[in-house]
Write a protein that binds this ligand. Structure first.
Ligand SMILES: Cc1ncc(COP(=O)(O)O)c(C=O)c1O
Length: 478
């Protein structure tokens, strides 16, 4: 006789009650080092202290040694609703229980629904394609731009990140020694993010400062530029906002020089607003890419934009047609995660954003007050629920500004001290923090209490500059 045991879906309480992991962090790290090159998958996750997380729920992380943390890292930002949001998890389970599978042939109802939902949320998108990562989306966006324009050069921004592939392969956080003095107008020397990028590709990539229209035009004039790709607000070197008029200036220059404007909303999309940062700033790019928060932690990249460009993916002329292929594109698990996420984000006229904003404002105001009270030189920079503390007396305008003025040692020390207090910010300088819909007032207050304990500890030294902290809001017309 065959016994089939049916295990009901675990409730949150059941998850809580289960023993999470019997191995210690040390044993898990040792085992990983034995078989994983570099000891960690995705080497940007390697950091000190090397914690081993084994469970996450809402805004909370649990490590293998039994410690608990309030999480602001959010796995590099996808968890806008918090980890394992019950409604998203239920939708994924439901999709599997309904017999949805990776069909790999023709259209599916869930992909059609997702594409429609995304186009409704972001009105600038006439057509979309669904991939698995932001890197794939930026790769395809650049390929489309090259095919459309017949040009090859790509302009990127110092301090921007657009994925790990060769076409955007310049360093995100190069040191001051690497970049040298400020270049404006002009372009920075190519500084690779990785070994193995062909010199021929490196020559096609140009790097200018964010918020620097003169340099952008300088490069547009001198090279055969297919596209300019940038995050609308830099979220990979903390949070650096566009100056008023910058993004519109980019739009105008791209129009003047026939360059495709790719707005990389992998981090800002769905976090800044349901319609992305483009709906906040009122500037319409030619192509946009999304990821992260669109599926609240399930793997997804989205590319969308002008129909005349997107239609190259199905051009009847094979010489003009741009290839998109991917065995796992539109995987039903990811699509179910995205559909459930977007449902929550758009429910009740997107009321969830006001909910998150309240918690975020409580955090930012508290941080400001504490830094002021303790006479520390710091600036809390924010874009909606994304934030970063810079240990400098003003909000940076670009990465060069951060390199010149930010106290990197103090930043690292501050983050490590917070971890000891049970607050998890990724312990590398200038990494963006994220508030989620799962953070409660109590979480925020506990965080502020921890920050106060850290600041009152005299071993965290104030830098010599002691100006009052300033706060930088998300400006509405960029
Ligand atoms: C702005 C931006 N673009 C692109 C990417 C690449 O996305 P993925 O890691 O999903 O490939 C990232 C990832 O952090 C990102 O922050």
């Amino acid at each position: 006789m065959i016994f089939v045991s049916f295990k009901p879906p675990m409730t949150a309480t059941a998850i809580e009650a289960e023993p999470v992991n019997l191995d210690t962090a040390e044993a898990i790290i040792r085992r990983s080092k034995r078989h994983i090159a570099g000891g960690v998958v995705s080497l940007n996750r390697k950091t000190t202290p090397h914690l081993v997380f084994v469970k996450a729920k809402g805004a909370h992380l649990f490590d293998a040694d039994g410690n608990h943390y309030i999480d602001y890292h959010a796995a590099f930002a996808p968890h806008l609703l918090g980890h394992n949001h019950p409604e998203v998890t239920a939708a994924v389970r439901d999709s599997l229980d309904s017999g949805h599978s990776l069909m790999g042939s023709g259209a599916t109802p869930w992909e059609a629904e997702l594409a429609e939902t995304i186009c409704q949320a972001v009105p600038n998108l006439e057509l979309v394609q669904i991939l698995n990562t932001g890197s794939e989306a930026s790769y395809l966006a650049i390929r489309l731009a090259r095919a459309y324009t017949g040009r090859e050069d790509v302009v990127t921004v110092l301090g921007g990140y657009n994925g790990w592939h060769d076409e955007v392969g310049r360093a995100v956080m190069p040191s001051l020694t690497q970049v040298g003095p400020r270049v404006s107008r002009g372009e920075y020397p190519f500084c690779p993010i990785s070994a193995g990028i062909p010199v021929s590709t490196q020559r096609r990539i140009h790097t200018v400062n964010f918020n620097d229209l003169e340099s952008l035009e300088y490069v547009f004039r001198r090279h055969s530029v297919a596209c300019f790709i940038t995050e609308p607000a830099l979220h990979n070197v903390g949070v650096i906002l566009p100056q008023p008029g910058y993004l519109q200036g980019v739009r105008d220059l791209c129009d003047r020089y026939g360059v495709i404007f790719i707005m990389d909303e992998v981090k800002t999309g769905f976090r800044s607003a349901l319609g992305g940062y483009q709906s906040v700033c009122g500037v319409c790019p030619d192509l946009s890419i999304f990821g992260k928060a669109v599926a609240n932690g399930y793997p997804m990249g989205v590319l969308g934009g002008r129909a005349d460009i997107m239609n190259l993916l199905a051009d009847p002329d094979p010489k003009k047609r741009v290839l998109i292929a991917g065995t796992y594109n539109g995987h039903p698990i990811n699509v179910a995660g995205a559909l459930a996420t977007l449902k929550i984000l758009s429910r009740n006229k997107s009321a969830v954003y006001a909910h998150i904003e309240k918690r975020a404002a409580r955090l930012y105001e508290g941080l400001e007050r504490l830094f002021r009270n303790y006479g520390k030189c710091a600036t809390v920079s924010r874009n909606a629920s994304a934030w970063c503390i810079y240990f400098m007396d003003h909000a940076p305008q670009d990465w060069h500004d951060v390199l010149k003025h930010h106290d990197f040692d103090q930043d690292t020390q501050f983050r490590r001290s917070l971890i000891k207090e049970g607050i998890y910010l990724f312990p590398s300088p200038c990494k963006q923090g994220s508030v989620s819909a799962s953070h409660t007032d109590e979480d925020i207050d506990k965080t502020l209490e921890a920050v106060e304990r850290v600041l009152s500890d005299s071993s965290i030294e104030t830098s010599e500059k002691n100006a009052a902290p300033v706060r930088q809001f998300c400006d509405s017309k960029s």
